[in-house]
Design a protein around this ligand. Structure first.
Ligand code: NAD
Length: 276
């Protein structure tokens, strides 16, 4: 079944479900992305820091799919923030991907103490104006960072990609994004597959629908309106994670999962994360 798209604030269509490749080595990423494209995924989420833009690009090239049928996201790494450094880093990413444009380019982290995200984003605006990034956005930005960015630049980010799963539901951020026309993209949508997929409430909903816990959690995201990018290198799970368009959760199921919020992060706090 085909993945629906959402319309970003500049009119670009983005698949609501894509494939993430964090912590996947370059060769393995090439195999996993090939498997994902074969399984029907049409959106791939990589980043310069993942070290697998080349393998990702090779898999896309080998797929035989038309360029316009694949939505490719990559991200600017922290050490490359600043106007000129951003333009150079973007060239390197494009070259590694073997592409002449990306569909979405994201600032990976805000690094608020460094104070360089506005300059970096001004370079993003140029990349978009030049047709080399169809959409531009950010990742791990808190509402206060978005406020500053929107106040000091002219293109409202199309997307904010943030950590979001049933244990960290990000209600305030989601409401803020909705108000500003920014799409919410969930990273670690499955909570990295750790304890989340064994939580009794999720297992119960899975039994009720004859589906897996991962499918239930992905459905919860989709019905909330989030973009999701689950990661797996296991072919059966890659297929399972896209097979989520033939059923839906009812209000009771959604409420049972929404009751699991613990405001608990798996990743770093964007207010202080500073690694370059
Ligand atoms: P995820 O929530 O997608 O979980 C992936 C893990 O869950 C797998 O490694 C596997 O152990 C397990 N899993 C996957 N499918 C399963 C299934 N069907 N059944 C059981 N277990 C399953 O975690 P993630 O990789 O951290 O996040 C997804 C993507 O988000 C990343 O690959 C990356 O593209 C992106 N991401 C972005 C940032 C950022 O700072 N912007 C940070 C982390 C991740």
């Amino acid at each position: 079944s085909k993945v629906p798209t959402i319309t970003l604030n500049n009119g670009v269509e983005m698949p609501q479900l894509g494939f993430g490749v964090w912590q996947v080595a370059d060769d393995e990423a090439e195999r996993a992305v090939a498997t994902a494209l074969e399984a029907g995924y049409r959106s791939i989420d990589t980043a310069a820091i993942y070290g697998n833009e080349e393998g990702t690009g090779r898999a896309i090239a080998a797929s035989g799919l038309a360029r316009e049928d694949v939505f490719v996201t990559t991200k600017l790494w922290n050490g490359d923030q600043g106007y000129d450094a951003t333009l150079r880093a973007f060239d390197t990413s494009l070259e590694k991907l073997g592409l002449d444009y990306v569909d979405l380019y994201l600032i990976h982290w805000p690094l608020p103490r460094r104070g360089t995200f506005v300059d970096s984003y001004k370079a993003f605006e140029k990349l978009q104006a030049d047709g080399r990034a169809r959409a531009i956005g950010v990742s791990n930005f808190l509402p206060e960072h978005l406020e500053q960015l929107i106040g000091e630049t002219s293109v409202v980010p199309a997307v904010n990609q943030i950590e979001l799963h049933p244990h960290l539901q990000q209600e305030a951020a989601r409401a803020f994004h909705a108000e500003r026309g920014i799409a919410t993209e969930a990273w670690s949508p499955l909570g990295q597959g750790k304890g989340l997929l064994e939580v009794p409430a999720i297992v119960a909903v899975a039994r009720k629908h004859g589906r897996t816990p991962a499918q239930i959690v992905l459905r919860w995201h989709l019905q909330l309106g989030n973009v999701v990018i689950p990661k797996s290198v296991t072919p059966s799970r890659i297929e399972e994670n896209i097979d989520v368009f033939g059923f839906s959760l009812d209000d009771e199921d959604l409420a049972a999962i929404s009751a699991l919020n613990e405001d608990r992060r798996l990743g770093p706090d964007p207010a202080t994360f500073d690694v370059v």
